[in-house]
Design a protein around this ligand. Sequence first.
Ligand SMILES: [Cu+2]
Length: 142
Amino acid sequence: MRRLSYSIAAVAALLLAPAAIACEGLSVEAPWVRQPPPGAPVMAGFAQLLNQGKTAITVSTFDSADFGRVELHRSSMVDGMMRMERIAALSVAPGERVTLAPGGYHLMLMQPRQTIGERTRIQLHCADGTLSAEFPVRATAP
Ligand SMILES: [Cu+2]
């Protein structure tokens, strides 16, 4: 009996391990994708990335099964014009909360593979694995 319960625990640990260590300490809060006008070729995603771990977490890339390409961008005003640039990687310090919001950091969701309905799923890739989050589609920020 003791041996059996040990085996079950070992299998459970194996099944749970990959999810438990991916982007350890990082959480995706209040995610949302702005409802685009019909036929828009790109969409924008927003969220807050909170690091509750003890070390800095770098998110290097993003992807989604619903889009051919997902990039992290930052909007800023330059000489009175709204510009945006691609950010190669985002580092979140311990205890830090990075906000992706209209006018600043955002996820640029490009090359939609289908009509996006009420939600989409986006993966964040960190050094130790992948964190997946569901982004509801909304007209305004949550
Ligand atoms: Cu952009």
